[in-house]
Design a protein around this ligand. Structure first.
Ligand SMILES: [Zn+2]
Length: 77
């Protein structure tokens, strides 16, 4: 996970983060489905630059481990 204190979009040092954001709320796309059981989703850490609005999503470590072990996810590289 990137922990850079500068925004890669505008270079500002105005980054905020929120951890354990659910990746499948039922009101939007299911971004990390089928992890941790049927109907379960992975979680993100979300970084937002308050200067330009660039928003980045990084899968949490547990979610990344679940992706590697899930038969529903196909490795492409
Ligand atoms: Zn920015």
């Amino acid at each position: 996970m990137s922990s850079s204190s500068k925004c890669p979009g505008c270079g500002a040092a105005s980054i905020f983060q929120h951890r354990y954001v659910d990746a499948g709320s039922g009101r939007g796309p299911q971004l990390l489905p089928d992890l941790g059981g049927v109907g379960s989703y992975g979680t993100f850490t979300v970084f937002v630059c308050t200067d330009c609005g660039l928003t980045r999503f990084y899968a949490e470590p547990l979610t990344r481990a679940q992706v590697q072990q899930s038969p529903d996810w196909t490795r492409v590289s």
